[in-house]
Structure formats: C-alpha cells, structure tokens
Design a protein around this ligand. Structure first.
Ligand code: KG4
Ligand code: ZN
Length: 337
C-alpha cells in the first residue's frame, strides 16, 4: 500500500519494544523484557531497566525489521515514547529514535505512552470509533481517558490517586507469597476462590469522580493476612485473591461504564497489562452489554507495553498532519495526555 511505514520505539518501563505498522496494519512487533531481572526486587528497578534497554534496543530493532521483511531505509517516519515513564528508560528509546531519524533523514514524532495503549486497539479491531472511552490498567497506570481523536483530542477523566491497579496486584501477591508479577497468579488463584468470602473496601466508590484508589484495599488485605496469622486460622489464598480481585474490577468497570454514560459514549477500550485479567474481562463484558456499550479489548500481547502501539499512534499523528518533533525532543516522566 502507499500508507507510510512507521517505526515505533517503546522504552518507558521494563519492555524494550520495536514495532512496524502501516495505518491499522501490524507488520511486526518485537519485545525484549527485563521483567525477570526485577522479579527478586518485587518491582521494576529503574537502573536495571535502563541498562537492559541499552543492551536490547539494537537487536530488537533488527528483529522487528526482519519480521516485517523491510529495511531500515524503507521506514517513512519514527515514533517514540516521550513519556510518561521512567526517566533513564525513556532516554534510551528517545536517543535511539533521534539517532535513526538523523541518520535516515526521516521525521521523528515523540508520542504519549498512554495514548499508545489505546491506539494499539486499531491494529486488532480496525479504526477506533469516535468518541471512545479508554480504561488503561497496568503496573504503572490506572487512567480513564475520553478519546475524541487519537492524534489531537484526548482528555484525562480520572487517574489513580495512589497505587496503580497492577501495582496493587503485585503488592497483594507479595503478601500472599505469590510470585512477581502478581497479576497472573492472583487471577489463577481467584478462580478457585469465593469473591464474596470477604468484603474488601472499594476505594473512591461512588464519590462522583473518575479517580481510583487502591492503597486502602492493599492495607485491608495486609490486615486480613496478619489477623489470620495471629489467630492461627488458616488463610484461604484463593478466597483472599478472589475477594481482592473483585474489589479491584468492580470499581474499575463501574467507573468506566459511568464515564461512557456521562459522556454519551458507546465504545469502551480496555488496555494495559491488567486488561489480561479474566475477571475484569468478564465483568466488563457483562456491564457493557447491559449498558449497550461496545467493548474492545486487544489481545494480551498488544495490551502490554510494546513498540507496535507507539507505531500505531505515530501513524495517526502522521495522518493528522501534525508537525514532527525536533531533534531536541525532551523526555517527560509525567507527560500529560
Ligand atoms: O502493561 P504492563 O505489561 O506493564 C506496565 O506496567 O506498563 O502491565 C504489567 C502489570 C503488572 O502489574 C501485572 O501484575 C499486571 O499487569 N497483570 C495482571 C494480569 N497480567 C498482568 N493483572 C491482573 N490480572 C492479570 N491476568
Ligand atoms: Zn504501559
């Protein structure tokens, strides 16, 4: 086709991602993760992540080019995550993107990581309906966005005031002696448990905002675990996992559906690592069906951090005719949407 070939580079957290797209067509998606190196610390260590990006960037880029059967010289534009994310990690991707843009004499576009998580859905389900509400749930973010246009009109409706949803999963997994990252083992354990066995608090429930809070929930789980240790009564890990998970997904799906209703929006995208959660998917499907909202959840591989999502957003920015970034493009650890 004659759509431009967009190279996307992602390095905001612990995944080095390089992807290639044309419009809504995914040509390749290569990711190198340093997650195993962070496992023994129970969370991402910024310095370890930066060094891993530095080592993985060039080989990942070459795998992506090979995967798409294209050459570096075929690339028409380069999109890179400018933020939000970890300072040193972001710098590696932005430096690499600048070097390629300069060497190839191709335009460079710094883009927002959060919006990339929404744009990626186009690679799976085609053009995003306008407007769309997006729920981004990952280890670093819990945000509700009103997306009127991916390139030019994205509004933040709400955010977590403390822990991110995935971070809450990771911390609660630690309390339950489950491995890091905690989302998948809690998801699995919860299938054997009773979500109504314990009523954990739903942070910011019904407070009229689209903000979230998970630190009170995490503390409630910690108290529950301590109490069972002190009283000597056996702790049911599946019940605690199921009840914790229900508290998280109940408030996530409720606020997402409320946001759609309040803004007259009939489409919801859920993305980010936590979108892989089976209970979140099931409850969102149920509540969206009841509210007449079309639910889109990209496949798990596209929900977690990757370069294709950045390329997908780059394609939108190029199509919208926005001016490229200059070579002094700065990273911004808390880049707003
Ligand atoms: O998007 P992601 O790969 O990285 C960023 O944080 O940006 O998300 C990782 C997060 C981790 O906190 C992990 O525990 C969580 O996503 N996660 C899950 C599941 N799979 C991954 N949380 C709940 N249920 C899952 N099945
Ligand atoms: Zn992310």
């Amino acid at each position: 086709t004659d759509l431009p070939l967009i190279l996307g580079i992602e390095s905001s957290c612990d995944e080095t991602g390089v992807g290639l797209v044309r419009g809504c067509e995914l040509l390749s998606d290569q990711v190198a993760s340093s997650v195993a190196e962070h496992a023994r610390f129970g969370g991402v260590v910024p310095e370890v992540a930066s060094r891993a990006h530095l080592e993985a960037m060039t080989p990942t880029l070459h795998r992506a080019l090979d995967g798409a059967g294209v050459k570096l010289a075929d690339v028409d534009a380069i999109a890179v995550t400018a933020g939000p994310g970890l300072a040193g990690a972001l710098l590696v991707g932005v430096s690499a993107a600048k070097a390629y843009a300069l060497a190839l004499d191709k335009p460079l576009y710094g883009v927002n990581h959060l919006v990339g998580h929404v744009a990626v859905d186009q690679l799976e389900h085609g053009p995003l309906p306008k407007p769309t509400v997006a729920l981004l749930v990952s280890g670093g973010h819990t945000s509700l966005l009103l997306v009127r246009d991916l390139a030019t009109d994205v509004r933040l409706l709400g955010d977590t005031v403390d822990d991110a949803a995935g971070e809450a999963y990771d911390k609660v997994a630690r309390l339950l002696d489950l491995p890091y990252p905690g989302g998948p083992p809690i998801d699995r354990a919860a299938r054997e448990g009773d979500p109504s066995a314990i009523r954990f608090p739903r942070g910011k429930w019904g407070d009229g905002t689209y903000d979230f809070s998970f630190s009170g929930l995490k503390t409630a789980v910690a108290r529950w675990v301590e109490e069972s240790e002190r009283s000597g009564s056996p702790l049911s890990v599946p019940d605690v996992a199921a009840a914790f998970q229900e508290a998280v997904v109940d408030v996530l799906t409720r606020k997402a559906v409320d946001a759609c209703r309040a803004h007259g929006v009939e489409h919801l995208v859920i993305s980010g690592g936590v979108a892989a959660n089976s209970r979140l998917r099931a409850l969102a499907e149920e509540r969206c069906a009841r509210a007449g909202i079309e639910l889109r959840v990209p496949r798990p591989r596209l929900c977690t951090d990757n370069g294709a999502m950045i390329a997908a957003l780059g394609a939108e920015v190029v199509a919208a005719g926005l001016p490229p970034s200059t070579l002094d493009l700065a990273t911004d650890t808390s880049l707003p949407v």
